[in-house]
Design a protein around this ligand. Structure first.
Ligand SMILES: [Fe+2]
Length: 247
């Protein structure tokens, strides 16, 4: 699949512009430094929907990653296979004007505006690639994929990072939501230090604000947690299968 730029309508450009403007009103003091630097590097602007070919050229030079156009949510195998080959699955369609704040499925504003800037950070993409390699080994094992999804969810989608200036957002699920950007950094939801064991045992809910967030200290910490993710996942899967056998 390819992005067909000529197919974007006036409404699409307006939607991109409104969402971009609104989030850029929030993100300079809310998003992580690496995200904001990445946003500059990939040259996203308010009045133009990004062209994947141009974005890919920049990403390739920075980290060797590029976007792979997908129609929507893809099967686990495809998802992990793409990312283990340094290709990030992204949709090319934009939500309609009447859906600015609520969406059933992630659109391009989420996939591209919220995810792509961090694809310029080497430790972050190394983490994504390594996590996907683990995922590939467990495709078809629903329990293992659920555990791995929790790790992905509480980091790549809803992660916070402690920076010198304060708590900042790097999770794309928050970065594409004006409401959750404010909520996640407020006093209301509890924040916990990043801990693979705890995250692996924490189920999550979709389509609502999260009721807790996990805070990393650096993207290196994420990448360095990969051996732990592998070990804990293997232990949990063995225990789970043991339980299944004895039932
Ligand atoms: Fe996402």
């Amino acid at each position: 699949m390819k992005q067909i730029y000529g197919n974007y309508t006036k409404e699409d450009f307006e939607v991109w512009q409104i969402l971009y403007k609104r989030q850029m009103g929030n993100l300079p003091t809310a998003a992580s430094t690496a995200y904001l630097e990445g946003l500059n590097k990939v040259n996203f602007v308010e009045d133009a929907i990004p062209k994947f070919d141009e974005t890919n050229e920049v990403l390739q030079q920075l980290t060797g990653w590029k976007l792979a156009v997908v129609p929507g949510i893809v099967p686990d195998y495809t998802f992990f296979e793409l990312m283990s080959n340094k290709r990030f699955p992204a949709t090319t369609w934009l939500r309609k004007m009447k859906e600015l704040d609520y969406l059933e499925e992630p659109d391009m504003f989420h996939d591209v505006f919220a995810h792509v800037p961090l694809l310029s950070n080497q430790s972050f993409v190394d983490f994504l690639e390594a996590l996907s390699n683990i995922g590939l080994q467990y495709v078809g094992n629903d329990y293992a994929i659920e555990i791995l999804s929790r790790v992905y969810w509480f980091t790549v989608e809803f992660g916070l990072i402690q920076e010198e200036a304060g708590l900042r957002i790097y999770g794309a699920g928050i970065l594409s939501s004006a409401g959750e950007t404010k909520f996640s950094l407020s006093e209301e939801p509890p924040k916990y230090s990043f801990d693979v064991q705890v995250i692996a045992n924490t189920p999550y809910k979709k389509n609502v604000f999260q009721d807790r967030y996990f805070v990393i200290e650096s993207y290196e910490q994420l990448y360095n947690s990969i051996p732990e993710v592998k070990r804990i996942l293997a232990e949990m899967v063995a225990e789970h299968e043991g339980k299944v056998v004895t039932v």
